[in-house]
Design a protein. Structure first.
Length: 206
């Protein structure tokens, strides 16, 4: 099964992706992870991506589509995958339809008033785990691998507001796009605990 995780920044897509990967053995493909790997490696595309990310705007569609298209040619995608952070707009969705078969789009619904706190309080680990300062109890290391946690450069109020505005104008229309294809399923418990959200997802995936 090939699925898309849809939801505003801070909706918990990364957390749920980790749970889905473990239970259903689906490969988690995050465009953010792909770009960060290139940024860390100092590649030319990484430098280009960083200039856009630091400004709180999206990497150009053509660049993103090419990276995802290449990623979906790897052998590890054959058993199924979930896309996190892609597609972000109708152009990307239509391009994706040209080179991939998507079975389901999971849309995690969260009230926008909660998203700012979620994102600005987020701390992440290089291994992919994500936490919130309210639940860390002062800890600064990852419970999974022990590495030091950090705050992403774009997890600040000004950039978050820009990202939410961009989501509402660019990405939210994908809800109707996948609904028209009969592939959209909304996860209505997005404001609950991660376990509550995952329980609903499990009911959907079966």
């Amino acid at each position: 099964m090939n699925i898309i995780l849809l939801g505003a920044p801070g909706a918990g897509k990364g957390t749920q992706a980790s749970k889905i990967k473990q239970k259903y053995n689906l490969l988690h493909i995050s465009t953010g992870d792909i770009f960060r790997a290139n940024i860390k490696g100092g590649t030319e595309i990484g430098k280009l991506a960083k200039s856009y990310i630091d400004a709180g705007v999206l990497v150009p569609d053509e660049v993103t589509c090419d990276i995802v298209k290449d990623r979906l040619t790897w052998d590890d995608v054959k058993q199924g995958y979930m896309l996190d952070g892609f597609p972000r707009n109708l152009f990307q969705a239509k391009e994706l339809d040209k080179f991939a078969k998507i079975d389901l789009c999971l849309n995690i619904e969260v009230d926008e008033s909660l998203l700012m706190d979620r994102i600005c309080g987020r701390r992440v680990c290089a291994c992919g785990e994500s936490y919130h300062i309210n639940t860390l109890n002062g800890s600064t290391t990852c419970a999974k691998c022990g590495k030091e946690l950090y705050q992403r450069a774009d997890d600040n109020p000004e950039t978050v507001k820009s990202r939410l505005d961009t989501y509402n104008t660019q990405t939210a229309p994908l809800i109707d796009y996948y609904k028209s294809q009969g592939k959209l399923v909304s996860v209505t418990s997005g404001e609950g605990s991660p376990d509550d959200v995952f329980a609903e997802i499990c009911k959907i995936l079966g």
